[in-house]
Ligand binder design. Structure first.
Ligand code: ZN
Length: 253
C-alpha cells in the first residue's frame, strides 16, 4: 500500500493520536488520490464509525454532531464528493463503488458495472479496500453510516419477494419509523435489542447473502460485529436519534 503522507493535525501534535484528534492519510490510485480521514475516540473505545460514500452528507453530519459530546472513532473517505471513486491507469478511467470493493468478486462486478474491468484496476481497488480494512478488526464494532435516496430502496426491500430478500435472515418493521430509516446488522443479539426498541431492523443472512463486496458481507464472513445505520438523505434528526439509540443499546449488557 502506498501511503504518501500521514499528517497529524488539529489538536494532536505528538506521534500518538489523542482523543478528539484527526489524522489524514492519502492513497494514490494511478494519478488520482483518495484521502482517509480518521477521528479518534477514547483509547478504550471499541466502536468504529465508517462512511465510504462521501456524498451521503447527512450521515457524516449526524456522526460529527454526536461526536461533539463524545469523541468517536470515525473514518471516512474524501475524494471528489461523489459516491463512487474514479481513477486513471494507463490512460483508462476506472470507477468503483467504494462499498463494493471488500471482496474479489465485488471488485470485479463494480468495475464492470461502473466502468470496465482490468486486473490492475482491481488491484488498485484492493489497495483502497485494504487501507480501510487496516482499521477494522474483531476488537471493534463497526457502525457504517449511509443515506438512501432511491425511492425503491427501503426496509421493505428486505421482505420476501423484495430486491434484497436473499440477504435477510430476520426483519422487524416498525410502525413508528419511516421505512427509509433503518438498521442493518450481522449480529443476531443486536437484532434482538433493536427489535425490542421497535426500530426498523434487518438481520443479514451471513451464510446466504449475496457476495456484492460490501462491508457488511466482509464482516459477516468474518464474524466482525457490524451495524449499518441507514437514513433517508436529509433525515438528520432521525439518523442522530438512531445513533443515540444504538449507542445506548450497545452499552447495555
Ligand atoms: Zn452509502
Amino acid at each position: 500500500m502506498k501511503i504518501i503522507a500521514t499528517l497529524i493535525v488539529f489538536l494532536s501534535l505528538g506521534a500518538v493520536a489523542q482523543k478528539g484528534s484527526k489524522m489524514e492519510s492519502t492513497i494514490s490510485l494511478g494519478e488520482s488520490t483518495v484521502k482517509i480521514i480518521r477521528q479518534f475516540g477514547a483509547t478504550n473505545d471499541s466502536i468504529l464509525f465508517i462512511n465510504v460514500h462521501e456524498d451521503e452528507q447527512t450521515s457524516i453530519d449526524a456522526v460529527e454532531k454526536y461526536a461533539e459530546d463524545r469523541p468517536l472513532n470515525f473514518i471516512r473517505l474524501a475524494h471528489l464528493k461523489s459516491r463512487n471513486v474514479s481513477y486513471q491507469l494507463n490512460g483508462k478511467e476506472y470507477i468503483v463503488d467504494p462499498n463494493r470493493i471488500f471482496t474479489a468478486k465485488g471488485r470485479k462486478a463494480t468495475l464492470k458495472k461502473q466502468s470496465q474491468f482490468s486486473y490492475r484496476a482491481a488491484r488498485a481497488a484492493k489497495r483502497l479496500a485494504n487501507s480501510l480494512l487496516t482499521h477494522i478488526s474483531h476488537e471493534k464494532i463497526i457502525i457504517a453510516m449511509h443515506n438512501n435516496t432511491d425511492v425503491n430502496y427501503t426496509i421493505k426491500s428486505y421482505l420476501p419477494g423484495g430486491d434484497e430478500a436473499e440477504n435477510t435472515a430476520d426483519i422487524h418493521i416498525s410502525e413508528a419509523w419511516d421505512a427509509d430509516d433503518f438498521i442493518y446488522t450481522t449480529v443476531p443479539a443486536y437484532f434482538t435489542k433493536f427489535k425490542a426498541l421497535d426500530l426498523n431492523v434487518i438481520l443479514q443472512d451471513n451464510e446466504q447473502c449475496v457476495n456484492d463486496g460490501s462491508l457488511s458481507v466482509y464482516c459477516g464472513q468474518r464474524n466482525i460485529p457490524y451495524i449499518n445505520i441507514e437514513a433517508q438523505k436529509g433525515h438528520f434528526d432521525e439518523q442522530l436519534k438512531l445513533i443515540d439509540l444504538v449507542m445506548h443499546a450497545l452499552q447495555e449488557k
